[in-house]
Design a protein around this ligand. Structure first.
Ligand SMILES: Nc1ncnc2c1ncn2[C@@H]1O[C@H](COP(=O)(O)OP(=O)(O)O)[C@@H](O)[C@H]1O
Ligand SMILES: [Mg+2]
Length: 349
């Protein structure tokens, strides 16, 4: 459909026979998850090649003394970052400066998470929704959090932003960020964005998140997400995908050092998913750390640099999205497909 009209019709068989580039021209997603990985592996000029580019700034920016540390040549960017000397003080981290972003990402300390534990119910029958002994997230990275429904992804996202009563510590460069501090330093795009749309217009919604009034910046973000036509509309009068993009625009306007998105592309077509990915890459270049809960392999391959796999409230795997990481991620999605019932199979296109 286009503009409320039926623009084209296919039989099921005709539709199934459409080649990948025809689907792409129609703004549709790949039908099989393997196609996303095949495209990422072969099309070096496509956005899917971005993850390796994302990793590129880390290596050359490591200072000579750090490069003398016994890091294996194949050390992942996250390992390189963990070994690097803490260079960003917490106050600097809250106001990342664009020109030095690549250098600060390389030398920035990781976000260290310890004893993140949380249960929704108390008492003997309480099952922990979150049970993480230790994990490290690369500062300045775009981290994908994957896992089946109920794995604890949203609970983890909320814990990172200080939005639930999760116990434990988050430290950056040895400095602890308690719940209150995390709430101030982060912005979260929730899984159900209807919980966070308050303003009378789309423009106001984005402006509410700006630290200082800057209508030009708000319009710039709206244009980048195809929302300028609806700038004066009420956010709740928009489609689900548009509402998601309004919240992404608000997140980007906030310029917080930690931005967490809970399934931000679940209702988006190819074009809009790519717009969101491009903006996340822009934000990455300012030095902010972004964590994205997602079931969307095309999106992960478009912009993420690290993957956390969760199950039963735990982080089972944590790896950089280099060539080996792509194979691990493909294996993850293949396992999910074998088990069946993963939302990305039924995702609206
Ligand atoms: N508000 C809640 N009250 C009680 N249990 C909850 C609540 N939210 C989530 N849970 C439970 O916590 C576990 C983790 O949920 P969640 O973090 O939403 O997983 P995911 O985002 O990976 O689907 C699940 O078992 C879920 O049923
Ligand atoms: Mg969730």
């Amino acid at each position: 459909m286009e503009r409320g009209r039926i623009a084209r019709r296919w039989t099921g068989a005709e539709f199934a026979a459409l080649p990948a580039d025809a689907l792409c021209d129609l703004g549709l997603r790949v039908r099989r998850v393997q196609d996303a990985f095949a495209a990422a592996g072969t099309a070096s000029a496509s956005p899917a090649a971005e993850p390796s580019e994302a990793e590129a700034p880390a290596a050359p920016a490591i200072s000579p003394s750090e490069s003398e540390t016994p890091a294996a040549p194949t050390a992942s960017p996250s390992e390189a970052e963990v070994q690097a000397t803490p260079a960003i003080s917490p106050s600097e981290a809250e106001a990342p400066a664009a020109p030095t972003a690549a250098a600060s990402q390389a030398s920035a300390p990781a976000l260290a998470i310890d004893d993140f534990r949380f249960a929704y119910r108390r008492g003997a029958n309480a099952t922990p929704a979150l049970d993480i002994e230790h994990a490290e997230l690369p500062q300045g990275g775009i981290v994908a959090v994957v896992g089946r429904n109920g794995a604890g992804k949203s609970t983890f996202a909320e814990a990172l932003c200080g939005l639930n009563r999760c116990g434990g510590r988050l430290t950056v460069g040895g400095r602890a960020h308690g719940r209150k501090r995390r709430t101030r330093a982060s912005f979260m795009v929730m899984q159900d964005v209807n919980h966070q749309l308050f303003a009378e217009s789309v423009l106001d919604e984005v402006q509410l998140s700006l630290a200082e009034e800057d209508e030009a910046r708000a319009h710039e973000l709206l244009r980048a997400l195809d929302l300028d036509d609806v700038a004066d509309d009420h956010p709740l009068s928009l489609s689900g995908g548009q509402r998601q993009r309004v919240c992404v625009a608000a997140a980007l306007a906030s310029k917080k050092p930690l931005v967490v998105y809970d399934e931000p592309t679940s209702g988006l077509d190819l074009t809009h998913m790519r717009q969101v990915a491009a903006l996340l890459r822009q934000v990455r270049d300012t030095g902010a750390t972004q964590v994205v809960v997602t079931h969307d392999p095309e999106f992960i391959l478009s912009c993420c640099s690290q993957v956390l796999e969760m199950e039963s409230g735990r982080i089972m795997e944590n790896y950089a999205l280099d060539a080996a990481g792509m194979r691990r991620l493909e294996a993850f999605f293949a396992r999910a497909q074998a088990v069946g019932g993963e939302p990305w199979e039924k995702r609206p296109m």
